[in-house]
Design a binder for this molecule. Structure first.
Ligand code: AMP
Length: 174
């Protein structure tokens, strides 16, 4: 495990049965609250941009917390990928299956056209959220050149859901 991966692992808080029974929630709050570790995370994610990037897309809500700092680090813009009904129109949306039920994500129309996009979130679980966001960005005319997360829950196999989309990297795989 890399030094950064070890540092991240040491600053995650496991919360059993949140937000519902059976889920072991990986809380990144202690990581975000540690200035040096947060800085190292942003630099680590920035290293995933090994091709030119025009805009960082962050997934609501914890993806926003890294996307802003990352966009600033890379000297590029930011676009939010939001849950249904939060963005003003015009938007396009995509629904996908969760472990229980379904969810919908949306992006603004217009901003992504012709842009090279680095898509980020805090945690990859089953991969459905990142996949839906990447497909939506492509539908909006953007090109996803990379996808990155702080933590990948490898035992859930979410990486396979991202096959054929764009290179995917995680700073820590559990
Ligand atoms: P998935 O679509 O299953 O990959 O779920 C990814 C989204 O749900 C991300 O936006 C995560 O923030 C959140 N998520 C799913 N499972 C967890 C978990 N065990 N701990 C923290 N966040 C999670």
């Amino acid at each position: 495990m890399s030094d950064l991966a070890e540092r991240i692992a040491g600053l995650l808080r496991d919360v059993p049965d949140f937000p519902q029974p059976g889920i072991l929630f990986k809380d990144i709050t202690p990581l975000l609250a540690d200035a040096e570790a947060f800085d190292a995370v942003i630099h680590g994610l920035a290293a995933f941009a090994d091709v030119p990037v025009d805009i960082v897309a962050g997934i609501e809500a914890r993806g926003f917390l890294v996307a802003g700092a990352l966009a600033r680090q890379l000297g590029c813009g930011l676009v939010p990928v939001r849950k249904a009904g939060k963005l003003p129109p015009p938007t396009i949306s995509r629904s996908y299956d969760l472990e229980y039920g379904s969810a919908t994500v949306e992006v603004p129309v217009g901003i992504l056209s012709g842009r090279r996009v680095l898509l980020v979130d805090d945690v990859l679980a089953t991969g459905g959220t990142l996949r839906a966001a990447a497909e939506l960005i492509a539908e909006a005319g953007g090109t996803v050149v990379g996808m990155g997360v702080i933590v990948e829950l490898g035992f859930l196999g979410g990486r396979a859901a991202l096959d054929g989309l764009a290179p995917f990297e995680a700073l820590l795989t559990l």
